[in-house]
Design a protein around this ligand. Structure first.
Ligand SMILES: Nc1ncnc2c1ncn2[C@@H]1O[C@H](COP(=O)(O)OP(=O)(O)OP(=O)(O)O)[C@@H](O)[C@H]1O
Length: 368
């Protein structure tokens, strides 16, 4: 299937309440044809509810869902032609691998000769060529998940929904499967909606990420936008590590305490702001350093004391306490330091480039 066959999804004012809980709170969302979109959010934020509404297993209280312009909100699940993969595999244990994958084709009354050919092609696509006669209980977790994927895509659905399909797998397999699913998506080109609460998984796999909380979409954007330009403290805290410094604007200049800051861009809106700092963006400056970094840029500087140094293999995490007591995290690749790590209690100076300053509204949007 080429991307041209994929369908756009348009969601308007989708609402579902369970008593006082708004699982979906008037959600508007447009998913492009052929896009890999991930719904990311904490437990109970409404991700599964939204996916179930797309699949047709859940009738919303109100709102509209269109697939390629066609209203489907009242359409039964089997008439939506969606491929689905859920976390607990739900393969048929009494059938072999080939029969599991053939199942959606039989439902659609595909001719037997075609079924055999398409099952083989789907198996090859998920790197399980030759596994057709195996029983499900003779497969590893990762292989079962691949069978579930093959079954979801064998009938060339124009929309694929996946709900935490990798959560039962160990870390290594999960990371390998993330790349595989992404590559499979590029081959088959269907519009894919993926649910996870794992932020790294979302950043790894997606064209765009929709951050969900309390039944609402807090921010939607490419992984890099979401990580580097979070629109709220909630998103900044949920994705990646960050420290927050209190700041105030005096005489047209942002300050942290007595220190004037050079910022790359003024934040939108008024009200209280904080300076968000990603730990890997901070430079540990040496005592002989001037005001700039190696590229000669002038850096914002912060002085403090090392409260803790944690060796974590690939990186070293340093917990710094600024003079006013504000904690700040700094992360550097371990090889930066050679044999000697900086010692706890040492006085340190940290540098932050203006383009790495992100001012975000203090209001805890979505965190209510
Ligand atoms: N059948 C139900 N009856 C009552 N409340 C429900 C029901 N299904 C979901 N909820 C509530 O709706 C909200 C959203 O649930 P949902 O399962 O969509 O969250 P989620 O983001 O998928 O969470 P998780 O990551 O834990 O799976 C939660 O507060 C949940 O308790």
């Amino acid at each position: 299937m080429g991307p041209s066959a994929a369908l756009e999804i348009n969601i308007r004012e989708l609402t579902k309440a369970y008593g006082p809980v708004r699982a979906l709170d008037a959600v508007d969302l447009d998913i492009r044809a052929g896009e890999f979109l991930t719904l990311l959010g904490p437990s109970g934020s409404g991700k599964t509810t939204l996916l179930m509404a797309l699949a047709g297993f859940l009738r919303p209280d109100r709102g509209s869902i269109r697939f390629g312009g066609r209203e489907v909100v009242r359409l039964a699940p089997h008439r939506r032609d969606i491929g689905m993969v859920f976390q607990n595999y739900a393969l048929f244990p009494h059938m072999d691998v080939a029969a599991n994958i053939a199942f959606p084709l039989k439902l659609r009354r595909v001719a037997a000769a075609d079924i055999a050919r398409r099952v083989e092609a789907a198996l090859a696509m998920v790197q399980l060529a030759g596994y057709g006669p195996r029983r499900i209980d003779q497969l590893s977790g990762g292989q079962r998940q691949r069978v579930a994927l093959a079954r979801a895509i064998v009938f060339e659905p124009r929309i694929v929904l996946m709900d935490e399909p990798l959560s039962a797998l160990d870390k290594q397999l999960r990371e390998a499967m993330q790349i595989e699913i992404r590559q499979l998506h590029e081959k088959i080109g269907s519009t894919t909606v993926y649910v996870t609460h794992d932020q790294r998984e979302a950043l790894t796999m997606s064209d765009r990420v929709a951050v969900v909380n309390h039944g609402r979409i807090i921010q939607i954007g490419a992984p890099r936008d979401i990580y580097e330009r979070p629109n709220s403290r909630f998103v900044a805290e949920f994705i990646g590590e960050s420290s927050f410094l209190p700041v105030e604007r005096r005489d047209g200049v942002w300050h942290h305490g007595g220190t004037a800051l050079t910022v790359a861009a003024e934040p939108a809106g008024t009200g209280g702001h904080v300076l968000m700092i990603r730990p890997e963006r901070l430079h540990l400056m040496q005592s002989g350093d001037g005001a700039g970094d190696t590229a000669g840029r002038s850096l914002n500087r912060f002085d403090g004391t090392l409260a803790n140094v944690v060796y974590q293999g690939d990186t070293i995490l340093m917990q710094v306490r600024l003079a006013d007591g504000t904690p700040l995290h700094l992360r550097q690749t371990a090889r930066t330091f050679g044999a000697a790590l900086p010692e706890r209690g040492a006085t340190v100076r940290l540098g932050l480039a203006p383009e790495d300053t992100v001012l975000i509204a203090e209001d805890r949007e979505g965190a209510r």
